[in-house]
Write a protein that binds this ligand. Structure first.
Ligand SMILES: [Zn+2]
Length: 404
């Protein structure tokens, strides 16, 4: 068998295309394969699909293909433009590559598979191509898959923000709680992110009124966004955010008290961590501080009591304990706890909604850690657009329809 025949079989190309020549240069470590079409061949119109259109002219093109053993491989072909009697002059698509791409479909599939597991920069080094060319491939596949995303089954959503870059850029992640995947990413963390999400749902075989449950933190922006745009959704305030607010209030009490009670210095974590996360020594230190009639000790006891509310068997019981807790905190003569009680009471329904919905942003935290890991691996995403594409790729469970 001649090498041209072998390559033709291996590439899987069919008439009128054929391998005309191949050139292997061991020194340059590259294989070049010349593809051509039979003279007089006619092609179908890419637009109206009319068959047998005559060739108008041709242009030389080159595509990077999968390596030939340890050597880079390139395909070359003159690509025809046809003259369609209906549409006019049109570019013919070749079967081994997407229009406009300098890579073959198989090379793109390999790149995408690697990018799902490695930083883009590392894949670029490995494949010896410039990373901006790989980013273009990433955006193509991600955007195509996103356009076809079907959200008809989406009813429960977690919303949370994550820092896009060091500094002040944020993105908002919208996660399907049941499918455990990121379904939308918006720039910023304002109320308008939820409006954009509602539009996105409307545009993907569903409508925003199908969203019944939403889990968010107590940020006014998300509350306003959900209230205005996801009108059928009941809000559950994320219990981890609630507990974090309480922890922050306890620490405010401690910081105010540390001036008069120096033994509190450096004790921050003793009051914020749960027992199972403290060493025996830390636990002993906290027990002796807690016995010392400190304001911080009282605030800490309130935190523990609030934590226990989440163990109540029903929303009714929890509501009773919640109201009792709020009046205790209001009468505590500890300013941070009084402020906190006012805040929590304003958000009472959404906090208690947890007892029906049982949704929390723990899932999004898991997705967040995927995103953080991807960020760390890709060191310097350059643009938020790139970060969003990688996030969809690692956490979106997209159907990329990669060529095989
Ligand atoms: Zn046509």
């Amino acid at each position: 068998m001649r090498d041209t025949q072998l390559f033709q079989l291996a590439l899987g190309i069919n008439s009128p295309w054929f391998v005309a020549a191949s050139d292997f240069d061991a020194e340059k470590k590259r294989l070049d394969i010349e593809i051509d079409f039979k003279s007089g061949a006619r092609f179908s119109c890419p637009d109206c699909k009319a068959a047998d259109c005559p060739v108008h002219d041709t242009a030389k093109k080159t595509w990077r293909h999968l390596d030939f053993f340890q050597h880079q491989a390139f395909l070359h072909a003159r690509t025809p433009r046809i003259d369609c009697s209906t549409c006019g002059v049109r570019q013919v698509e070749v079967p081994w590559a997407r229009p406009g791409s300098g890579f073959t479909l198989l090379f793109e599939a390999l790149s995408m598979t690697l990018i799902m597991h490695m930083p883009v920069a590392a894949v670029a080094r490995l494949l010896d191509v410039h990373d901006t060319r790989l980013w273009r491939v990433v955006h193509h596949y991600v955007e195509t898959a996103l356009a076809e995303m079907d959200l008809c089954a989406l009813t429960r959503v977690c919303i949370d923000e994550t820092a896009a870059k060091r500094g002040h850029n944020y993105i908002s992640l919208f996660v399907d709680i049941d499918a455990r995947r990121v379904v939308f990413i918006a720039d910023g963390r304002g109320a308008s992110t939820v409006a954009k999400f509602a539009d996105h749902v409307d545009a993907h075989n569903s409508d925003a009124s199908r969203i019944k449950e939403v889990c968010i933190d107590m940020s006014g922006a998300y509350i306003a966004g959900v209230t205005e745009n996801l009108t059928e959704a009941e809000i559950t305030f994320d219990k981890f955010h609630v507990m974090k607010l309480i922890g922050d209030a306890v620490d405010k009490v401690r910081r105010a008290e540390v001036k008069s009670r120096p033994e509190l210095k450096g004790s921050r974590y003793l009051w914020l961590k749960n027992d199972q996360n403290l060493s025996a020594e830390q636990k002993a230190a906290r027990t002796s501080l807690a016995a010392a009639n400190l304001k911080t000790g009282r605030a800490w006891a309130m935190r523990l009591t609030f934590q226990d509310i989440y163990k109540e068997p029903s929303r009714g019981w929890a509501a009773l304990m919640f109201d009792r807790w709020c009046s205790w905190a209001r009468r505590s003569r500890l300013e941070p706890m009084k402020d906190l009680a006012a805040t929590l009471f304003r958000h009472r329904d959404g906090i208690l909604a947890w007892f029906d919905s049982h949704i929390a942003n723990g899932l999004i935290e898991g997705i967040n850690s995927l995103v953080q890991a991807a960020k760390a691996k890709a060191r310097g995403y350059r643009t938020i657009r790139n970060l969003k594409a990688i996030t969809y790729l690692v956490a979106g469970k997209l159907d990329l329809k990669l060529p095989t």
